[in-house]
Design a binder for this molecule. Structure first.
Ligand code: ADP
Ligand code: MG
Length: 436
């Protein structure tokens, strides 16, 4: 017979070997790095200016970063920082190349969410993050999924659980509990409430002493940061239920929103959430903090079925939160939760597949204007090669036929352009609401 003691012994055995096994199976590249971008990509795909116009501008101003010449030819190759410097300094017909961003507003927050594993959530999150960074935006990603696909894709592998969303939630519980204990609860509610306890495990981990920025990790992309996840953070679902029991008034679903509100408004332009394939404490935090909800789905019948069930259960879960009405601390977003936009996005779409086209038209009929126009096509160009999953943007086009690369990139680009239009429209709406 096997008890928790035996499982613990097995884990200890595994942990002892973990480092050695990792060294054996992962090699030689242990750190993720970002490639350079060619002058062709810089002009045509990134800045979207005529190649010869750009060449002329670059020649006329030697103070602009000049990139590097690689062995194979005359093209120059630019690092992401050089791309961004060129974007900041260059004017084409007196026009700035910076992407739209309302001044003085905080970053817009978008959750990529659905029930189903394999819907394409992490792939979409990774590609939108990279497309946005190449577009000149500063991006923060939050990995809410203990499967940590996005964290691994971004090169973050050795993460302790206190630096994940679980740490943010536990720290929030401690802070909220202290706030409630300190405030004149009796006078507010008319009854004297008992002091709430902070779980010893949280106190011992020193989570109260972590600063906002301690959770934010840099990635191989200088303008993308990440709040990572790890397998141990799966514990969040179990722990949060216990924490709620200790302090039933803790608005557990607003923990990450409260955390993000402490980040200075101009640190980022876009905050992207990669959600776990479930409705639980973590995904409710993502959804509650999100301005925009993006729901990817595969193009099959069962995926349609599960997407339908997802929005039903999400609706119920959001409805349940209304019990917290009046309990939320001042400054928190009001209940019921309202999104600035909700969109459905088909992924792994094959344009020549009749069933996929039929499902696309069905999705269109059902969701109408909430359905995005451009699905993300199935491509072999984003399959994992080596240790890290690379996006099409990270993949050097010389590694495959130019046609395959362009086709895959084109599909993600069109989906991103539509996503960007949704974001900027939502930003305007946010402006209007705050002004009202
Ligand atoms: N457009 C696509 N083309 C080809 N493979 C894809 C595409 N989108 C996702 N995949 C693959 O499908 C699998 C599941 O995708 P993933 O983004 O991890 O889904 P989720 O995060 O919803 O669980 C991964 O192996 C991924 O590489
Ligand atoms: Mg995922």
């Amino acid at each position: 017979m096997f008890t928790h003691e035996d499982l613990k012994a097995l884990q200890a055995q595994s942990l002892k070997m973990q480092g050695a096994i990792r060294r054996q199976t992962y090699s030689p590249e242990r750190e993720k790095t970002l490639r350079r971008f060619s002058s062709w990509e810089l002009a045509e795909l990134i800045l979207k200016v005529n190649q010869s116009t750009l060449r002329g501008k670059m020649a006329a101003d030697p103070s602009l970063p000049q990139g590097q010449v690689e062995e194979d030819g005359r093209q120059r190759w630019y690092s992401l920082d050089e791309v961004n410097e060129i974007r900041r300094k260059l004017r084409i017909n007196r026009r700035s190349l910076m992407p739209p961003r309302p001044a003085g507003r905080r970053a817009i927050r978008a959750a990529i969410a659905n029930f189903k594993g394999g819907a394409g959530k992490s792939t979409v999150a990774l590609h939108f993050a990279h497309a946005a960074a190449l577009d000149g935006y500063r991006v923060l990603c939050v990995d809410f999924d203990p499967q940590a696909t996005l964290s691994h894709s971004m090169g973050l592998t050795d993460i302790a659980e206190e630096y994940t969303v679980w740490g943010i939630m536990a720290r929030d519980l401690a802070r909220e509990t202290e706030r409630m204990n300190a405030s004149a609860r009796g006078a507010e509610s008319g009854t004297a409430l008992p002091r709430r306890r902070i779980p010893a495990s949280i106190q011992e981990m020193g989570l109260m002493d972590l600063r906002v920025t301690d959770f934010v990790k840099p990635t191989a992309w200088s303008t993308i940061d990440l709040i990572p996840s790890c397998a141990n953070a799966a514990f969040v679902e179990f722990a949060s239920a216990q924490y709620r029991h200790l302090n039933p008034e803790w608005s557990f679903f607003a923990a990450v929103a409260r955390y993000l509100d402490q980040i200075p408004a101009d640190s980022y332009d876009l905050i992207l959430f990669d959600c776990p394939p479930a409705i639980g404490y973590q995904s409710m935090n993502a959804v509650f903090a999100a301005d925009v909800l993006y729901i990817p789905s595969g193009p099959g019948y069962w995926e349609y079925d599960s997407t339908t069930s997802f929005i039903g259960q999400l609706s119920e879960a959001l409805d349940d939160l209304s019990q917290f009405q009046g309990l939320l601390p001042p400054g928190t977003l009001p209940l019921p939760k309202a999104f600035l936009d909700v969109r459905f996005l088909l992924t792994r779409f094959e344009p020549n597949n009749e069933l996929h086209r039929a499902m696309q038209s069905a999705f269109g009929k059902v969701f109408g204007p909430r359905m995005t126009e451009h699905p993300i096509e199935l491509t072999r160009a984003v399959e994992q090669s080596g240790r890290f999953l690379n996006s099409i943007y990270e993949t050097d086009y010389r590694e495959m036929t130019r046609e395959t690369w362009r086709r895959a990139r084109g599909s993600f680009d069109r989906a991103y352009d539509e996503f960007k239009a949704t974001l900027t429209a939502s930003w305007d709406q946010m402006d209007a609401e705050e002004a009202a």
